[in-house]
Each structure stands twice: as structure tokens, then as C-alpha cells.
Design a protein around this ligand. Sequence first.
Ligand code: GUN
Ligand code: ZN
Length: 441
Amino acid sequence: MIYNSTGQRQGKPMAKTLLCAQTLEITGNPMREGWQDTCRHDPAGAVLLEGGKIAALGDAQGLVAKHPEAERIDLGEALLLPGFIDAHAHYAQTGIIASWGKRLIDWLNGYTFPEELKFGDPVYAAEVAARYFDLTLSNGTTTVCSYGTVHPESVHAYFTEAQRRGLRALCGKTCMDRNAPEGLRDDAQRAFDESAALLARWHGVDRLSYVITPRFSPTSTRAQLEALGTLYTTFPDCLMQTHLSEQTDEVAWVAELFPEAQDYLDTYERAGLLGPTGLFGHAIYLTDRERDRLAEVGAALVHCPTSNTFIGSGLFDMGGLAGTHRIGLATDTGGGSSFSMLRTMAAAYEVAQLGGRALHPSELLWLATRGSAEALHLGDQIGTLAIGMEADLVALDLASTPAIAQRTARAEDIWEAIFPTLMMGDDRAIAGVWVAGARVV
Ligand code: GUN
Ligand code: ZN
């Protein structure tokens, strides 16, 4: 069943729908291969949706002639892209986004933990999950990989809402058994048992995937990390998500808590939590050994630029890592200051500039779509405009505000037309969103 962003059920999607718009196919990784060899722009393109998938794409004239039976939707000058993919978020922090004045550990204790305590209440969790997906969909994000809270109820609420809307979505129970308040702590056995039960209930159901989720080493004992490592080894097709080296005091704290470990990454590796399906949020203060090991294993780093500036964490080394590491892009809501992947791309651009690397618009778009999809090991299902991919799409209005429109009007090529929206755009630029072929925004 398909619902729109306010939860209203929409009519059944037509058997075939033809979306006519500008299209941009990114067929490879522009960060490694250059945009000239990886991007194909069609100013008068079209995408045929059928059975929740992309059935064809090409020039509009040809596809209209070939599929006269399809319902035709003319999106004018809008740019049709794969829906954005947010590879790291905390949906339960929706209510405390933009909370003032604290750095990571104080921010967790002062704002995050008190809010997360509320998610033992399934009614509250359901209300926030619905609000969260309204916000992400209206920002053009069609897949989120989120942390829940320690409460299984929070994961049930997230998956129930995602399933109701037909979304591809990922989530896990956030495990913590120390350095967190009573009410947000489980223990090693409970973390294992509750994660295993949630995995059995949701993993692979419809478009949902369970993700094994130790919050980060400071809030887990060795025993808990090891229990989750055992679970991870038992279910090798499950992803594992956690945080790594976000702030300097956090890194120093981990060294105190785990004197036997070589470094922060080693606290995970010793517990069996390092593998190619690992997602490591932030990864700012990496040692050379950690960088090499992450590349060797093929684990993904998830860049969360609005969070890194908002909580005052530091600068992710995109220039130094993009050539060698699997990288996804994410809001990290509510440490991140926006639900919008457009705002997130703008921040990624600015952070990379501060590190001496100017990211091309194709690289920003790749990070927000296919890069994140590949980080989540979903690159063969979402994140690309290509035949056979799931029909999760966003249409961007490239002149959504007067400020953007006056800049776009001077554009001499497609990249110059797109870049102002990447830098200055927000939910007003979202002209349409499709989930599994049905329009939801
Ligand atoms: N490190 C551990 N937990 C969190 C969290 O919820 N947000 C961020 N930004 N960093 C974390
Ligand atoms: Zn996070």
C-alpha cells in the first residue's frame, strides 16, 4: 500500500508511468573516474516506471512513442534523480535537532539521552517516526539508515512506519550498557537477545533491513561489543553501524576505557565488529593505521558534515579518503542540523573546501545517492537511474527561490545549473518524490 507524506493512501500507481524531465545518470564513481566518463545528462529525458522499478530510460520523444499506454507526467525543466539516501541518522533525535551550545559528550548527556528515554513509549515512538518520515520525504530522501534507541519499541515504530509507506529503510536498536542513564542501558545479553529478535522480525521483510547497532565504544562494555560481534558474525548479510573518532575528547576517553586496544578502531575489531559491511560514522580523527585497516577491510565511512560543524567536531578528510575508501553521506540528525540532503551536500562542499578539495556537483550528488547506496551495500537496488533499479526518485526544481533562480539563469552548462540548488536549496526545491514508483510528495 502506498501513502503520501502525510500518511494518506494514494491511488494505485498506474501500471506504467512515464516521467518526462531532465535526467542525470551517474554510471560510475565520479570521485575516482571523473565526471566526464561517469555522467550522462539528457535535457529532454524520461524514465518509465513499472511494477515499482525503473523499466526504461532514455529520451522523452522515443519513450513516449514506444509506450503510448503509459500515464505521462511532464515535469518540465525539473531534474530527475534517484531519491537521496541518508546513510546515518538518529530518527529519535528529531525533537532535539538544533539544540544549542554543547559539544559531543555534553550534548549526548544534556539533550540526546533525555529525549531518547521517551522511546520506551510505543505511542510516542510512532508519532516521532511518522513525523520523521514526513520530513525526510519532503526533503527528497527516500532511504534512511537510522539508529533507534535502546528500546525495541523504537525500532518497531520506525519499521512499521517505513513499511506502511513502502520505503526501503534500515534501522537497529542502539545498544549501550555503560556511561548512559538508567533506562537507556541494557546489558550484553539483552543487547544480543533484543537485537536478534528484532533482526528475526524485520530483516528482509518488504524493503527493510536490520542493522546491528552498538552506539560507540564509550557506552558499551567489552562484553557487549563482543556479544554484538557474535551476532554480526552469525548474520553476515546484516550491516553493523557505529560511531568512530568524531571528537578528540571522545578518542582520548576510548583510549582510557580500552587501554589494551591499539586505537579506537581496534576496540571494534577485537570484538568482531570490523567487516566490509561496517558503517563507521564521522571517522574524522583517524590514525594512519586505522585508515589503512578500514581500506583493507572495505568498511564504509559515513561523512556527516552538518553534524561535524554543528557539534564542533572537525573536518572529514574527503580529499584524502575518497580515492581509497567506501564513503557515504548523511545528516546525522539531530547532531546534524538539517533533515535535507541538499543542505548536507552544501556542508560537504564547504568542509572539503576547508580541506583544500572542491567537490564537483557530480561528486556531491553521487555521495548523496549511489555513494550512500554502495556504503549500505544496496547499490544494486537503489541510488542510480538505471533499468531494474527500484523506482525511488526525486525531481529537483533548479530555480526554487529567487536567489537560486537568478543564479541558475546565468548557467552555461548543467553543472552550473545544478550547483546553486546544491548550495542554497532546501525542501522548496523538491518538486516531486516517488517511492517504489508511486508519487508521495
Ligand atoms: N556518538 C555517539 N552517539 C552519538 C550520537 O547520537 N550523535 C553523534 N553525532 N555522535 C554520537
Ligand atoms: Zn550519529
